[in-house]
Design a protein around this ligand. Structure first.
Ligand code: GLU
Length: 425
């Protein structure tokens, strides 16, 4: 297993990390962030790249490219998920790690930010291959991870299953049980009630908060949701439970529109019995994924992947409110177009912070060895999201800017204080 520590920021990075820097710079200018702090945050603290040698079911060895990036530990141990996807690369992992630093600061969590990823197509790997890959990744990162150091969690392409393997491998290496080294675990291994639905729950609470600010009536608005994985399906279910009409849903196999509202419970039951995909579900008229983003609706929730609301799509968006369930679904060019159109974007680093918030509650419960009922977790989560939403809203108002830049300002103010209190030397 080869371990290579690459120089953060040494390579050319294109879209995603540049997107982070563009927003960071815009916020820094408005709030007068000190140049020193900006410099620190423009460069991830640590970037580890490894080549994982994994034995496949056919007996042959495959090499997988894998990363863990620690963007910042100013406000606490780094926190962030592990992604299994084919587009995992240095640029993406750096961007996602930086977003975690800002997301945790916005959510008022005592964490910095990190992110990991393995370049692979998890759908093409057998259960055994996935387990060996996860154990190899954990082994190579066993000095990076730690309960008070760097705490991974699920992200795209991973779930409680991978976190259980990770925990087991880490415990074996360290020779003791450290449930708090990873969050998003199965409940029986120290996971938190409410964690699985938490990101979707946060999206729902952020949606309600935004509707209140804009005086939108629950009974009258319509919502379109892109993505029906962990974030999109829970968000759809929880939004529908508020009596809000969900008129469009999609996943990577299909997209559906129904002006009368889609039966979300039926869609979830259908996907559960059909290999976790919506293809073939008859609850609406079939549309394309691009049509979903531009369909007639009041609120659009991109909850699938990054860079879907682009400069090409943005002019045709009909929603007046966008709630970002995914990380980085809107490009900086699209941001400008949406701003000019008067569309309010509740940014990812606020709207999808519910997941990491309940990850924090899981970590606290692991440290206490005492576990809370789901209602308590949900109540604490909802309050935390409402507070974060108000902070971002107030900063956006004070600095006369968008909610995205308001969210960056909220985060940067805290991180700047942290850097100054700790000292730079
Ligand atoms: N992967 C999730 C995110 O992007 C959760 C991270 C965590 O719980 O640490 O926010």
């Amino acid at each position: 297993m080869a371990t290579e520590t690459v120089q953060p920021g040494a390579q050319n990075h294109d879209s995603m990390f540049d997107s982070v820097l563009a927003r960071l710079d815009a916020a820094a200018r408005l709030m007068n962030l000190s140049d020193d702090v900006a410099k620190i945050l423009r460069n991830p603290q640590k970037l580890v790249k490894v080549s994982l040698a994994v034995q496949m079911d056919n007996g042959k060895t495959e090499i997988f490219e894998a990363y863990r990036c620690i963007h910042s530990t100013t406000l606490g141990p780094s926190k962030g998920g592990i992604r299994y996807a084919m587009d995992v690369c240095q640029d993406e992992v750096m961007a996602l790690a930086a977003w975690m630093s800002f997301k945790c600061a916005v959510a008022n969590l005592p964490y910095g930010g990190g992110k990991g990823g393995v370049k692979c197509d998890p759908k093409k790997l057998s259960l055994g291959e996935l387990e060996r890959l996860t154990r190899a990744y954990t082994k190579s990162m066993s000095d990076v991870f730690g309960v008070n150091k760097d705490i991974p969690a699920p992200d795209m392409g991973t779930s409680g299953r991978e976190m259980a393997w990770l925990l087991d491998e880490f415990n074996k290496i360290k020779g003791e049980d450290s449930p708090g080294v990873v969050t998003g675990k199965p409940i029986v291994l120290g996971g938190s009630l409410g964690r699985d639905a938490a990101t979707g729950r946060g999206v729902m609470v952020a949606t309600i908060c935004a509707m209140e600010k804009l005086n939108l009536d629950l009974k009258e608005v319509t919502v379109a949701i892109q993505g029906f994985g962990n974030v999109g399906s829970h968000a759809a279910r929880l939004i529908a439970e508020q009596d809000i009409k969900v008129v469009a849903i999609s996943d990577h196999t299909t997209a559906l529109y129904n002006a009368n509202g889609i039966d979300i419970k039926a869609a979830i039951a259908y996907a559960k019995n059909n290999g976790n995909v919506l293809k073939g579900f008859s609850g609406g008229t079939s549309i394309t994924n691009a049509e979903l983003l531009t369909c007639k609706c009041d609120i659009l929730v991109p909850a699938a992947i990054q860079n879907v609301i682009t400069a090409e799509i943005a002019p045709s968006v009909k929603a007046r409110l966008i709630i970002e369930g995914a990380n980085g679904p809107t490009t900086p060019e699209a941001d400008e177009i949406l701003k000019d159109k008067g569309v309010i974007v509740v940014p990812d680093i606020l709207a999808n912070g519910g997941g990491v918030t309940v990850s924090y509650f899981e970590w606290v419960q692991n440290k206490m060895g005492y576990y809370w009922p789901e209602a308590e977790v949900n109540q604490k989560h909802d309050l935390s999201m409402q507070v974060a939403f108000d902070n971002v809203w107030n900063n956006a108002t004070e600095y006369k800017t968008t909610m995205r830049i308001g969210a960056y300002i909220t985060a940067l103010k805290k991180i700047e204080l942290g850097v100054n209190f700790k000292g730079k030397f």
